[in-house]
Every structure is written in structure tokens, then in C-alpha cells.
Ligand binder design. Sequence first.
Ligand code: HEC
Ligand code: HEC
Length: 509
Amino acid sequence: MRLVSKWLRIVGLGCLLMGAPSGYAADGSPENGEEIYLKRCVGCHGVDGDGLGPGAERLLPPPRDFTSGMFKIMSTAFDGYIPQDQDIFKMIKLGMPGTAMPGWQDILSEQEMWDLVAYIKVFPGYDEEEPGAAVEYVEQVPSSEDSIAKGKELFLEDDRCSECHGEDGKGNAIKRLLGDNGERTWPRNLTKPWTFRHSNNPKDIFTRISVGIPGTQMPSFADPASKKVLTPEERWHVANYVQSLAKTSEAVNPENTVIKAARVDQAIPDDPYDEIWTDALPSTFFMVPQIIAENRHFTPSNDTITVRSIYTPTEIGILLEWDDRTFSQPGDEDSEKIGDSPLYEDKVAVQLPVTIPTGMEKPYFVMGDRDNAVNLWRWRGGTTSEPEAVSQISATGVGTGVELDAEGLMGRGVYKSGTWRVLFKRSLITESEDELQFREGVFIPIAFFAWDGSNGESGTKHILSTWYWLVLESSSSSVPFLGSLLALILVLGLEFLWVRSSSLQEENH
Ligand code: HEC
Ligand code: HEC
């Protein structure tokens, strides 16, 4: 077995080497490229390459108009505008995460992708011009504590990067940024490398800082005309710092679907930033835009939520944490300036079933169904005239929500440096039949909804997760029902795939 696979690898490698592209689209045929383009790319980029394909509507960022000649992810030095063939090739191959631009490496051969490079260059007439010189990397400075510290200083100096990316790099803008075509753009949240259009390896970050991202407000820091210009060595320090910002303990771990609430002895404090939370295990989950019920959402500004939970003999605390670039407080002048209008409040909700399902059956994950009611604990951030507030909603399907008494429910939010933390607290057991009763050692389905009020999110326009599990870890039995847990995880995984793929299909329409 092992021999065979080794042999295959060698043959594979041989093929790769023989067919290795020299790096120029001179190897590509624009005629073949056109054929592939008409089959694969016109849906978004349009027959004429003008970005006006039938699927273009609703996409943000919009599909590129190739006739404009503007390419965003480029390694040509800042004073040139024609990308290297390799740059176009890489974008076709890998796609652009965080946008609708898919990667084609599993579908097209290398040769077909070079053919596409040759064809795409025809739209702006770049088939007849040479690209400018590529960025000079001089000598890469390896990452080290010292380099990262220097990078951080340069990042913050004169607000060089923090002006747009925020002090901690979360992209919490202090001003409204538009792309060249007047479309809203958000500075990247540098702590979430999976949202980078290209990658967060230091060399790619170095390239982005040197070139900027054409068509957006991300500037070049190699341009001597810039007051905030950086030498190549300084750019390496900044690149090392940016790479070090990637979230680690709070990144999504797809294998973790269970929030484990540990039992604590002291009462749960009201402050979402109380020290008690440093020991609570974080679980981070993906969120997708709501596209199932009417008034769908296609342009989310966030994609994850981190959850922690602890409980005492009498009450439970659920702490939600998510990055939100904007503090959205209707009536507040700064919020109104940055946010889309109308400006709504930021909100978040925890969804729980009313009764814990005994088998695999769970309520429908968007607001429950006729046979399986859900409760939503909802917190809203308030306006300048109304304080933050919690409410409790009971629902048996989209549009069926009725308000329940929320007297026993506490919700408190704090916004700091691009991140919301909201703490919900309730007694484990209540008198109401319409509310979930928490018990130790039981797998409780739990899902999350969030609204970014500066991004037009209100009502059914929001992001949501599928069902995950919450377990109040009992002090006695440590790992309950492992077998059934695995089966449940499987079901959950499928549901999640379905949510993601239907959201992609919608975008592709
Ligand atoms: C589902 C829609 C969709 C399809 C299909 C699609 N693209 Fe794109 N493409 C986009 C979007 C959206 C962008 C702009 C992303 C941005 O501006 O950040 C883009 C950008 C690009 C870019 C610009 C890269 C850069 O650095 O600026 C290239 C090149 C490209 N697409 C090539 C292709 C090719 C070739 C195909 C077909 C094989 C294709 N696209 C199919 C949506 C699509
Ligand atoms: C004037 C605002 C502004 C400043 C200043 C700025 N950026 Fe950006 N940056 C942006 C915007 C906007 C984007 C997202 C562009 C887009 O829509 O693709 C971005 C994107 C990025 C990306 C993402 C690259 C990718 O592959 O997706 C990195 C990395 C980055 N910036 C680093 C920096 C660093 C480091 C600095 C300081 C040296 C800096 N930026 C200064 C606005 C800015």
C-alpha cells in the first residue's frame, strides 16, 4: 500500500515538473481561454468582461470589470498597474476568500487556467503591454519577538495602519471607506486570516503593504510620496506583526460542536469582562447570512461567534463574543457617520428549544417549527435615548414570534476595540412551561443569531449559526454518552454543509 502511494507521488511530481508553467501566459491560448471563460466565468463577469453577468446583482464586492484594467491582488510595484501573469493565475486558481470569486484548482487544469489568464488580459489590452517591475523583497526578515514588537510600533505610529484597521487590527473603522466605484468596503479584520483575499503569509502581507489594494483605500507604503512610507525592512516587521495577530484560541475548530459549561462556586458576576471568564473554555462557530426566510441577507459583515458558559447550583451564564467593526447606536453622531443608513442597533440572540429533544429531532434551526417551539433570548444594544435591553421570544417557525416575560433574564453588553461581549444570565430552573429548564449532563441544542446595525441588519436580515450543543458538565460523570454524541455531530455537520452550500448557490444565481 505504502509503496504504491509513494510511487504515485513520484509520478505525480514528475508530471508536475514536466508540465510546470514557466510563469507566463505566453503559454496560454486566448482562444481556448475564451471557450472556458464563456462556460465558467460569464455568470458573474459577463460576456464582455464588464462584470455585469446575470449573477452580479447583490454581490459585494461586485465581480470585477476586466475592461477597467484594475486588479487588486498584484505583485507589480505600486507605480505600475499591470499585474504579473502569476498574480492573475493565482487568483483564478485559489479564488478570493470573503468574496464570491471561487477558486478553480479542483475544476480546471493548470493549462486551462493559463489559457484564461491569456484571455482575461485581452479585455484591458494587457496582452499587448508588459507589466511593470515586480515588488522588491530585498531580504526577508524572519519572524521573531523582536521583529513583531517593531512591527507593532510601526503599525500604530502616526496611526499608520490602526487608522483603518483599528488598534488591535480588527478592522474597526473610524471612518466610512468606499471603493473606487462608490461601493462600501470594510478594512480587513487582520485577526481573521481566513477572510484575507489572498493569504496571511508574511511574504503576501509584505506584497499587499508594498502595493496596496488597487480600487480600495488600502494604500501603498512603498510609495516615497506617502508620509507614512516604510522601508523594506520595516515592511517585513509589520508583515510579521500582522501575521501574529491571527486568532488562535478563538479560531473555529470544526471538530468542536459542544460548549462545555463548567460549574463554579461563586455567583456569576454581571461584568462580561470579569476575570471568571478567563478560565472558561471558548468555542467558536461559523455564522452564515440568513437566506431562507423572506428579506434575505447577502452581505454579512461578520462570520463567527465565540461562546463560553459557566453555571452555579442555581444559575447559568452564557457569554457571547463576536467582532463587529462598528458600534451601532442610533442617535450617536459617530455611529451614524460610519454606518449605513438607516442605522439599527447591534443585537444578538441565543436560541434554545423549549423542551430538550430526546432523539435526533431538533426544532428547525431558523426559529423552530410547529411541533418544536424555540425560545430566543435577545439582547439589543440600545440607542442614545433607550438603554440596552433583553427580551424573550417564543416561536414555532419564522414570523410566529411572541414576546414572553423576560424578567428572570439578564443581558449586559460591552463594546471594546472592535469586539462585543454580551453576557446572558438566568436561573437554571424557572416556573414557566414555555422556558427551557437546564439540567446537568444533558446535551442541549443551542444556536446563535447576530445583527450588525451599521450593515443594514435588522429583522430577518442577520447572520445565524446552525444548532450546536451546550452541556452543563456534571461534577460526577466526565464524558457522558460519547456514542450518541458522535451521531449527533454527524447530523449537525450535514446541516451546516447544507446551510453553507445553499448560501453559495444563492450567491451564484
Ligand atoms: C460567482 C461569481 C464569480 C464567478 C463565477 C467568477 N468570478 Fe472572478 N470574481 C468575482 C468577484 C466578486 C470578484 C471581485 C472580488 C474583489 O473585488 O475583491 C472577482 C474577481 C476576479 C479577478 C480579479 C482578481 C484581482 O486580483 O483583482 C479575476 C482575475 C477573476 N475574478 C477571474 C475569474 C475567472 C477566470 C473566472 C472563471 C473561471 C471567474 N473569475 C469566475 C466573482 C466571480
Ligand atoms: C486608509 C485605510 C487603510 C490604511 C491606512 C491601511 N489599510 Fe489595510 N486595508 C484597507 C482596506 C479598505 C482593506 C480591504 C480592501 C478590500 O476591500 O479588498 C485593507 C486590507 C488589508 C489587508 C488584507 C490583504 C488581503 O489579502 O486580503 C492587509 C493585510 C492590510 N490591509 C494591512 C495593512 C497594514 C499592515 C497597514 C499599515 C501599514 C494598512 N493595511 C493600512 C484599508 C487601509
